[in-house]
Design a protein around this ligand. Structure first.
Ligand code: MF3
Ligand code: CO
Length: 248
């Protein structure tokens, strides 16, 4: 069963989501060559503390940090460390907030300094794939229309979609039903209804779709070690266009 949220719950998710957006917007200004990923982690928790909210990922299934920072071939769930961001890297920042018992979750991928053309194209295609997905995240459409929209746009542009990780429902828990793969046939599965809240998160690889998890038990990387990008928004299905909960 996919929970349908009340207006009151949606308001709380939106509040959490806005804090996610603000934190990512703040971290964006700090991403440059020379900063360590741990510094980004500290900045994120200081920022969200000041807002009076809680970073949602810390301690989730034992996750040891507040933000996921995934560099280059890292797809998702990179753990902040002493690693320094370098000119030409691409970096994914994934952040979640819990506020008054409700969650918001979003991710962006950013260039560090000057990046090459293919890396920029990967970022642009991944971001646009999320837009395409949100466009079809409408009452009456099927859940798999979201999956299909991502896969089609990404593959039409010569990249591949990760299969091993999926988007998800979100609300009073970080992960709720349903799972939202980034690939699949359109027109199957449940129909979307107003009040469903979904975290849609395309993960796109420059090379093949296969992933593996490093020995730290978290960091997912591309099997071929080619670049990967990730964007995510928490959205609410309404009577017409989906409402983005993780907008500023
Ligand atoms: N946005 C990711 C997700 O929804 C972040 C989870 S990381 C974890 O799965 F540390 F919380 F697990
Ligand atoms: Co998520």
């Amino acid at each position: 069963m996919i929970p349908i949220k009340s207006k009151n719950e949606i308001d709380k998710i939106r509040k959490a989501g806005q804090l996610v957006a603000k934190t990512l917007d703040y971290l964006k200004t700090k991403v440059k060559p020379g900063i360590t990923t741990r510094e980004l982690d500290i900045l994120s928790v200081e920022f969200i503390d000041k807002c009076g909210a809680k970073a949602a990922f810390y301690g989730y299934r034992g996750y040891p940090a507040h933000v996921c920072v995934s560099i280059n071939e890292e797809i998702v769930h990179g753990i902040p460390s002493g690693r320094v961001l370098r000119d030409g890297d691409i970096v994914g920042l994934d952040f979640g907030v819990e506020h008054e018992g409700y969650f918001g979750d979003a991710a962006i991928t950013l260039p560090v300094g000057k990046i090459d053309k293919q890396a920029q194209q990967l970022i642009d295609v991944t971001k646009e794939a999320l837009c395409k997905a949100i466009e079809v995240a409408k009452k009456g459409n099927h859940l798999s229309d979201i999956s299909h929209a991502v896969q089609k746009y990404v593959e039409d542009n010569g990249f591949s979609v990760v299969r091993e990780f999926v988007g998800h429902g979100i609300g009073s828990k970080l992960h709720e039903e349903p799972q939202i793969p980034n690939y699949g046939e359109p027109g199957i599965g449940v129909k979307l209804e107003a009040g469903m809240v979904l975290a849609i998160e395309p993960m796109v690889n420059a090379g093949g779709w296969k992933a593996e998890v490093l020995e730290d038990g978290w960091t997912a990387v591309t099997k071929d070690r080619k670049l990967s990008a990730h964007f995510e928004h928490t959205v609410c299905i309404t009577e017409d266009e989906a409402a983005i909960m993780t907008a500023l």
